[in-house]
Design a protein around this ligand. Structure first.
Ligand code: HEC
Length: 131
């Protein structure tokens, strides 16, 4: 008598092949779970209404959603707009809410550009003397 007839049981290790699709599906559903505002494109997370009313007066929300930075970077952009573009003075509370929203929802990205080629891997320069 066979205890585990081959045709009717799936060895547990075979279930691993479902792990990657399942992981990708889960990741995808978490990413798309971020609801955005139709008008400004801003992610609807804590503080977004303050950001919308303060930051989309002069330019589209896309100026924000296409940018990224840590808290210091976002603070420097706000300062720049206050010094050069007429952004009004914000209360400490407004600034804290806005900076938290921006640095959490539009954080610093890892560089996505490839590094330049080292000289030894570059093609020969035909303008260079060869002998
Ligand atoms: C008084 C007008 C005004 C307000 C209000 C304003 N901005 Fe701006 N902002 C500008 C101008 C002008 C530019 C430059 C636009 C361009 O380059 O075409 C700019 C550019 C930017 C940029 C791009 C900077 C870069 O590095 O190129 C970001 C990001 C930004 N704003 C975010 C914000 C945020 C966040 C707020 C709210 C705290 C805000 N802005 C509120 C006027 C404003």
């Amino acid at each position: 008598m066979k205890l585990f007839p081959r045709s009717t049981t799936t060895p547990i290790w075979q279930l691993y092949r479902y792990a990657l699709p399942l992981l990708l599906f889960t990741a995808a559903s978490f990413t798309s779970a971020k609801e955005t505002d139709d008008e400004s494109g801003l992610i609807k997370a804590e503080g977004w209404t303050v950001v919308k009313s303060t930051c989309t007066v002069c330019h589209a929300g896309m100026m924000i959603t296409q940018n990224a930075g840590n808290l210091a970077v976002w603070k420097s952009r706000i300062l720049w707009m206050q010094e050069t573009q007429g952004l009004r003075t914000l209360t400490d509370e407004e600034e804290a809410v806005i900076l938290n929203y921006l640095s959490v929802n539009y954080p610093q990205k890892a560089s996505s550009r490839r590094a330049g080629l080292p000289a030894r891997l570059l093609p020969a320069n035909p303008a260079e003397a060869s002998d």
